[in-house]
Design a protein around this ligand. Sequence first.
Ligand SMILES: C[S@@+](CC[C@H](N)C(=O)[O-])C[C@H]1O[C@@H](n2cnc3c(N)ncnc32)[C@H](O)[C@@H]1O
Length: 280
Amino acid sequence: MSHFSTTQYDSFSGAYDSVNDLPITRAIVPNVERLVAPYIKGARVLELACGTGSFTRHLLDWGASSIVCVDVSQSMIQGAQSELEHYSQHKGKYRFMVADCATPFTVTGGEDGTTSQEGQFDLVFAAWLLNYAPDLPTMTEMFKNIARHLAPGGRFITVLPHPEEDPKVCIDHVNAQYEQGYGYRVDVREGLPGAYKGYLVELHFDTDPPVEFGNYYLSMRVHEQAARDGGLTGKLAWEEIRVPEEEEVLNRYMKEPIPKGYLDEWLKYPDFGILVVEKE
Ligand SMILES: C[S@@+](CC[C@H](N)C(=O)[O-])C[C@H]1O[C@@H](n2cnc3c(N)ncnc32)[C@H](O)[C@@H]1O
């Protein structure tokens, strides 16, 4: 049972990009670039929870041959469509679909739009999807959708809160960093039942305009179990988060250049993690 409307983003899709403009959010991009680099050239990509398309454009820039973008919010997808229209070089390579990734869905393709594309994607990418699952069964449903759409040997790469056995450790670090001015805080609304620690939370961003939304911080063990139960039985890795050493490379993805050393404190405990799971 979800505590939120699945379309909570409909009301603030226009403001969401202010979240993506925070330096610590932008620091996700070079990490994703490094981890997709070996697989992205010519890849058929399925992007889940695409939101306003901030990663969609990058995935195409980095060499994806095509991308199908899924989100539960029609208005986030509208934002993504208008964003992508600025990049004429990618015309014809992307399309959008409204679907809830926590219930079974099938991406279709072909001339008539009825041919199933299950088992046809080389890469499934999702930034901030799994943290909309309130429990193991729901996250397992998400993984089932991912596993069904991946080709054998394909992989799922996902951005999510910094992995912990008890996510309260992550929440406490984020709130300490909020005091240092990194941009958002996490309020715990309730502890969730279950064998592993998990929390219903609200995120508050000090952006202009301010943005608030709710989701769930579940144990890293729930993610591992859901991946396996959902059918992704290949190699599973929690990846290291880094910051490019050269200022020029780092600032390439910032909205405005950040001062040298700005991310040093944050890098002691990055607020996000990246999980990569292969399909055998
Ligand atoms: C924090 S935003 C991230 C958007 C984008 N990936 C990014 O990094 O900019 C989370 C997105 O997940 C979408 N979302 C939440 N629950 C979902 C679900 N069950 N199925 C599909 N999309 C979902 C929301 O509509 C929203 O666009």
